[in-house]
Design a protein around this ligand. Structure first.
Ligand SMILES: [Zn+2]
Length: 140
């Protein structure tokens, strides 16, 4: 799996699991932000550091590569409709109807393990869009 695919998959699962605020934090961080911004996105610094470290790992330790990939995939990931719907403190999966504890770990696990096809489709869509947008820029 390429770094692009790994990062795209990581962000797609979060977006589909209705954790778009995590995706927003990661984008802000790699757009010149810092771990100090975590709170503004409703995240602890420890969690935020974990997300950032994971992304950099996926890019074989390169911060610059991570930054480039996050900036390219962000807007396409954000266009994806979450499959988890939260109502009155309960989360429901719109694909299978399961009721879930609205904890980020539970939601992510559900999406990644129960609906891998949906994740694969979304990752493919995001990567296609990135490749097309990069081509457009290089042809201009
Ligand atoms: Zn489900």
């Amino acid at each position: 799996m390429s770094a692009l695919e790994r990062v795209a998959r990581y962000l797609v699962v979060k977006q589909l699991a209705d954790l778009g605020y995590v995706v927003d934090f990661i984008y802000a961080y790699f757009s010149g932000g810092s771990l100090g911004d975590a709170q503004r996105f409703g995240l602890s610094k420890t969690c935020a550091r974990g997300y950032v470290q994971r992304i950099i790992e996926y890019c074989n330790g390169s911060f610059f590569r991570a930054r480039a990939i996050v900036r390219h995939v962000y807007r396409f990931v954000k266009q994806l409709e979450p499959v988890i719907l939260r109502i009155d403190g309960v989360a429901r999966c719109t694909i299978c109807g399961a009721e879930l504890v609205p904890h980020h770990h539970v939601l992510q696990e559900h999406v990644a393990r129960r609906h891998p096809d949906r994740v694969d489709d979304a990752v493919e869509k995001v990567i296609d869009a990135v490749v097309r947008s990069v081509k457009r820029v290089s042809n201009a």
